[in-house]
Design a protein. Structure first.
Length: 289
């Protein structure tokens, strides 16, 4: 059985850890509230733009006019795994890396390039034997539309120039505080709507001032917003995952403290009992004399 000093040190250590995890949970909760507001406000706008974009690109005439919707044989693939810059958020980052590796396995034989977003993805793929695009890995240092727009523009220009034939985003989609869903989303070329969806959702649009102007302006902006939405989704998911992880860590620390205090009390009681027995034994020995 451990002595009192060792148990006391463990109690102090766990108590300190519990204070840290509790503070991190509160910080994550505050950041999550702001991040959740951003993604909730952005999502309806992004989804409507994407719906319009898919509707336009689903028509034969629309596809021929949109360079971002042109499908070609996939020889060069760009994968964009979006992780966080920091850890202590459960399986948040490892799930993205696993999903990205699944995509890589599914496209064996193609030239694969990885554009990691977030330090955790960058640190992992630096150790792998893939071509890397690292210029836009630090988007989470300051989450504003401008740097995200530049990253999206790089991807879009590379696709148009034929450097990549397909671009896939891998990120965590925010559902709620406890739930984040890993999404593997084709960013380019623009995905067509399924025939079943076309029967229900295909709509005729009146283009004003002109179809060419709408395609030239709407499509690139919609893609940039779609990329920005993925970043906001991942950011909100990160804080949700960290809040959940720190909440569980705080609860585990409380359970461990409970057990340690029980061990401490038992050890202390055993020490007191031994001292009493020694005193009694000493007294009996004196009386025997």
């Amino acid at each position: 059985m451990a002595n009192l000093k060792e148990v006391k040190e463990r109690i102090n250590s766990v108590s300190s850890t519990q204070q840290i995890t509790k503070a991190m949970k509160m910080v994550a909760a505050a950041k999550l509230r702001r991040a959740q507001e951003k993604i909730v406000q952005m999502r309806p706008y992004s989804q409507k733009l994407t719906s319009i974009l898919n509707n336009i690109s689903s028509g034969a005439e629309g596809v021929s006019d949109i360079v971002y919707a042109q499908e070609r044989s996939v020889a060069n693939l760009l994968i964009v795994p979006i992780t966080s810059d920091k850890g202590l958020c459960g399986a948040f980052n490892s799930n993205i890396i696993k999903a990205a590796n699944v995509v890589i396995q599914e496209h064996q034989g193609q030239n694969i390039t990885v554009m990691p977003v977030g330090k955790k993805a960058l640190d992992f793929f630096k150790k792998q034997d893939y071509s890397l695009v690292t210029a836009h890995s630090g988007l989470f240092e300051n989450i504003t539309f401008e740097p995200v727009k530049k990253a999206a523009e790089y991807v879009m220009e590379a696709f148009v120039e034929g450097e990549f034939d397909q671009v896939i985003l891998v990120y965590n989609q925010f559902k709620n505080v406890a739930t984040q869903v890993v999404v593997k989303e084709q960013f380019l070329p623009i995905a067509k709507m399924e025939e079943e969806e076309n029967d229900i959702s295909q709509q005729d649009y009146i283009f004003e001032p002109s179809k060419d102007y709408i395609i030239e302006e709407l499509v690139p902006n919609s893609l940039k917003i779609q990329f920005y939405k993925a970043i906001l989704d991942s950011n909100a998911s990160e804080h949700g995952a960290r809040m959940t992880a720190m909440s569980k860590a705080t609860d585990n620390a409380a359970d461990l403290l409970k057990d340690l205090k029980l061990v401490y009390n038992r050890t202390r009681q055993a020490a007191i009992t031994n001292e009493i027995l020694e005193i009694v034994a000493g007294a009996n020995a004196l009386e025997g004399k």
